[in-house]
Ligand binder design. Structure first.
Ligand code: DGL
Length: 267
């Protein structure tokens, strides 16, 4: 089926997931929506996050997508189960994929999840991991400053990036885990700094690859794969942001045009 895959995040973080989808499914079209106006979601309550995610999915469906990836851990934690019941198209989150990746990575059964305030408090990763293996020890750490730092493109300033990682993680420097889950799709942009902070001794993982694999499996199972070669990538944001464009272009290695939209106009 030659309709696009919808990918949604509160901001630019979802681009890290879109990149994996493009890598694994290079002939699929993607419509990406970043709700920059309301970013960060991580400090909001579940009703607010649910509403923004619902509006985003509604918008993407109006644009004709065949499947939606909620490429945001916070939105996945707050809304995936509820919105799956509301819509008939497949909706995929990123937390189960991250949990599965962690379970395949850890050798000692001890993991640290870095995420937004909302994701950390929800303990969504612990729940997902414990559904599969109750013996895994899961620590959750909220890193409140990371999302605004990445949205602001400050990750390009190495000193500032090491500083912010050090500030957030200083109490965790000697934590007894072998695996660190980047439980926010913005955090892969800080991955090299986080790895270095832990002296490259921890396996630092994210959910993009496994999420893209899940998308591929669902497209295959439902016979929704594209049958054409004329893919298109479209980018929508709720507020103009040159930083979004710069980060997305660099991360995806593409020139992109961005459409500023108001989801209310699509209701
Ligand atoms: N990329 C989102 C996530 O994965 C960031 C959430 C936010 O806007 O705080 O959680």
């Amino acid at each position: 089926m030659n309709r696009p895959i919808g990918v949604f995040d509160s901001g630019v973080g979802g681009i890290t997931v879109a990149k994996e989808i493009i890598r694994q499914l290079p002939n699929e079209s993607i419509y990406f929506y970043g709700d920059i106006k309301n970013c960060p979601y991580g400090d909001k309550n579940s009703d607010e996050i649910l509403k923004y995610t619902d509006d985003a999915i509604h918008f993407l469906i109006k644009k004709g997508v065949k499947l939606v990836v909620i490429a945001c851990n916070t939105a996945t934690a707050a809304s995936l189960e509820i919105l799956r019941k509301k819509y008939t198209i497949p909706i995929i989150g990123v937390i189960k994929s991250g949990a599965v990746t962690a379970l395949q990575t850890t050798n000692i059964g001890k993991v640290l999840v870095l995420g937004t305030n909302f994701t950390a408090k929800s303990e969504a990763y612990s729940k997902e991991i414990h559904k599969i293996n109750k013996d895994i020890i899961v620590h959750n750490k909220a890193c409140k400053s990371f999302v605004p730092f990445v949205e602001n493109k400050d990750y390009e300033n190495e000193d500032a990036a090491y500083n912010i990682v050090n500030n957030e993680l200083s109490l965790y420097k000697n934590i007894d885990v072998d695996t660190i889950i980047l439980g926010c799709t913005h955090y892969p942009l800080l991955q090299k700094y986080i790895e270095k902070y832990f002296n490259n001794e921890k396996m630092v993982i994210s959910s993009g690859k496994e999420t893209a694999r899940e998308v591929s499996s669902i497209l295959t199972f439902l016979e929704l794969h594209t049958t054409k070669l004329d893919k298109e990538y479209k980018f929508f944001v709720s507020q103009k942001s040159d930083k979004f464009i710069a980060t997305a272009e660099k991360w995806l290695n593409l020139d992109i045009d961005v459409n500023v939209i108001d989801v209310e106009d699509f209701k």
